[in-house]
Design a protein around this ligand. Structure first.
Ligand SMILES: *[C@@H]1O[C@H](CO)[C@@H](O)[C@H](O)[C@H]1NC(C)=O
Ligand SMILES: *[C@@H]1O[C@H](CO)[C@@H](O)[C@H](O)[C@H]1NC(C)=O
Ligand SMILES: *[C@@H]1O[C@H](CO)[C@@H](O)[C@H](O)[C@H]1NC(C)=O
Ligand SMILES: *[C@@H]1O[C@H](CO)[C@@H](O)[C@H](O)[C@H]1NC(C)=O
Length: 231
């Protein structure tokens, strides 16, 4: 019996690394994680794009371009739409360096973490978010078209929010990006990556299959035993 089961199990658990990225069990979301550090008068930016817990994109800061980690990482966006997003990020990186150093007077060394994206909430549709932390502390967040300072951010956070909220063109552009572009991109990405995600997802499904196999084995053994006794 076991010699029949072994090939079946190897077929079910190819490579033995199944379920490493269980993209599908998380709520549907896409976010970009950015860390920027300003040490010794020079900036280093690292950025990555995530569909749930699966990394789908990286930022090449030397060329200012998006690196697509999967063939389906472009979702259903056209090249022109993707280049617009790329340009937006280039602009953003240039502007935010100046914003934190020249306007808010942060000093070297300086570390910034930004999480920006959108998440599907049942009954409410997609909600966009943007959170900024500086030196590991909450600094401010963007919610409902407005930047709100975190208490830990002190005067600098209040000043930052005042300056940013005053720039209505910017807050509206960000709001559109989070409430319109991001949900469309996320849905397109899910659709385009469906085959890949379904291959990654079924860790719990594998559990059920294993369970079913064991039950079948027990039944067959039981039956064999029963038949063996009768005949
Ligand atoms: C900072 O930059 C200066 C001049 O470029 C260099 O001599 C020094 O070694 C750098 N220090 C660190 C800690 O990287
Ligand atoms: C990043 O861009 C540089 C300059 O265009 C290029 O030489 C390099 O290969 C790119 N890196 C990746 C990982 O694509
Ligand atoms: C967002 O702001 C609008 C107008 O300022 C307000 O009417 C609405 O209740 C706010 N929504 C949330 C979720 O805070
Ligand atoms: C991509 O697909 C999503 C979800 O099906 C849709 O809402 C969006 O309009 C599509 N975008 C383009 C550019 O076709």
């Amino acid at each position: 019996m076991l010699f029949l089961l072994l090939p079946l199990l190897t077929a079910l658990f190819p490579g033995g690394d199944s379920g490493k990225n269980r993209g599908f069990e998380e709520p549907v979301s896409f976010h970009v994680m950015q860390t920027s550090s300003f040490h010794n008068h020079s900036w280093v930016h690292l950025s990555s794009g995530w569909l749930g817990k699966l990394q789908t994109h990286r930022w090449n800061s030397s060329s200012g371009t998006i690196i697509y980690l999967y063939p389906w990482s472009r979702g259903n966006f056209s090249n022109k739409e993707l280049m617009d997003v790329e340009r937006l990020f280039q602009l953003y990186f240039n502007e935010h360096q100046d914003f934190y150093i020249s306007q808010l007077m942060f000093q070297d060394p300086f570390d910034l973490q930004v999480t920006v994206g959108c998440e599907l909430h049942s009954g409410k549709g997609f909600l966009g978010f943007k959170q900024v932390a500086i030196q590991g502390y909450d600094f401010m967040r963007f919610q409902n078209e407005t930047f709100l300072p975190s208490p830990k951010g002190g005067e600098k956070a209040q000043k930052a929010c005042k300056l940013l909220n005053f720039n209505e063109a910017y807050t509206q552009r960000l709001h559109r990006l989070l409430s319109d572009t991001c949900p469309h991109f996320t849905l397109g990405l899910l659709e385009a990556g469906k085959a890949h995600l379904q291959r990654q997802a079924p860790q719990s499904a594998l559990g059920w299959i294993l369970f079913a196999v064991i039950v079948a084995l027990a039944l067959l053994t039981g039956l064999g035993f029963w038949f063996g006794k009768r005949w």
